[in-house]
Design a protein around this ligand. Structure first.
Ligand code: NAP
Length: 268
């Protein structure tokens, strides 16, 4: 998706810059990263599975990228490579802008404990939510995520619970915000027709945010609507994290509406 909407943003400003997709086998990661130091290159996005592996190859990290342990944006500053993580900003801004939701004092349930869940939990703690409960299929991975943010959590209750406890969880029923950070429901995956929760388990007063963006209306969002909950789809975060990367490379505001329109066209 990024090549489509980043190019649309570059073209909007009439910048003579091309956003290219470089398939990079792991063995070639170091050499490819080195190519980013060329004066003609503004930077790069990094995606799974390189978000962590790229860190030792960079010269400097933003505080956020260092604390999450993952980089999604690289900026070339005169041959020095700086690593950033704009997923955090993308998540928070998307909630503000597209769901009028401020995170302070919210009770939040996070489904999943992979890469994007780390950025989401970091953002939630930073924004001083009331509590964060993480459910993950692999409880061990959920616990690792929670223990790595124990210090940032301070007095905010942060817990990892087994996926099998979702059905009986008071935390789920009492939450104000429910975020799906699993890949369940993603198009072309083995779970593309599945929802992490059925309508009967989705609290109707919660805002349900599915970070899966392909398809735009996921099975989870359909179940949430059936339950009567307010919903937000993952394209919102995708575009806002992209806009934040665009700003780091160009110093210009990401044209969010144009980027969203282009992302929607690419999805179709
Ligand atoms: P990841 O690191 O591979 O993590 C995947 C997560 O999904 C893990 O928690 C995994 O649980 C869980 N999972 C997968 N299949 C499951 C199943 N059948 N039942 C229960 N749990 C299951 O991936 P990621 O980078 O965090 O990305 C997760 C999703 O978020 C993807 O769909 C991605 O496209 C989306 N995403 C969206 C944005 C955005 O801007 N909207 C940004 C980044 C990612 P285990 O730990 O037990 O395996």
């Amino acid at each position: 998706m990024s090549p489509a909407f980043q190019q649309a943003a570059l073209d909007y400003y009439g910048l003579d810059v091309r956003y290219e997709k470089w398939e990079t086998p792991e063995a070639e990661l170091a050499a490819t990263v080195d190519r980013l130091r060329a004066a003609s290159i503004l930077g790069a996005n990094v995606t799974i599975p390189c978000k962590e592996k790229i860190i030792p190859l960079l010269d400097e990290l933003s505080d956020t990228a260092a604390r999450i342990g993952a980089v999604n944006t690289v900026v070339n500053r005169n041959g020095r490579l700086m690593g950033f993580n704009t997923d955090v900003e993308g998540f928070v801004t998307s909630l503000h802008e597209d769901a009028d939701c401020r995170l302070r004092n919210r009770r939040v349930v996070v489904l999943g404990a992979g890469g994007v869940a780390r950025a989401v939990v970091f953002a939630l703690l930073n924004e001083e939510v009331t509590s964060v409960t993480v459910f993950n299929r692999s409880l061990e991975r959920g616990r690792r995520l929670v223990s790595s943010f124990a210090r940032s959590a301070g007095r905010i209750p942060l817990a990892a619970l087994p996926w099998t406890e979702l059905e009986t969880s008071a935390a789920l029923q009492d939450c104000d915000l429910l975020v799906n950070c699993t890949s369940i429901g993603m198009r072309y995956s083995a779970t593309e027709t599945e929802s992490p929760l059925g309508a009967d388990l989705i609290p109707k007063d919660a805002l349900v945010y599915d970070l899966v963006y392909n398809p735009e209306e996921t099975p989870f969002l359909r179940e949430a609507k059936k339950a009567g909950a307010e919903t937000l789809g993952g394209l919102s975060m995708l575009v806002h994290q992209g806009a934040a990367s665009f700003e780091l490379w160009t110093g210009k505001n990401g044209p969010v509406d144009i980027m969203l329109k282009s992302a929607r066209e690419a999805l179709r």
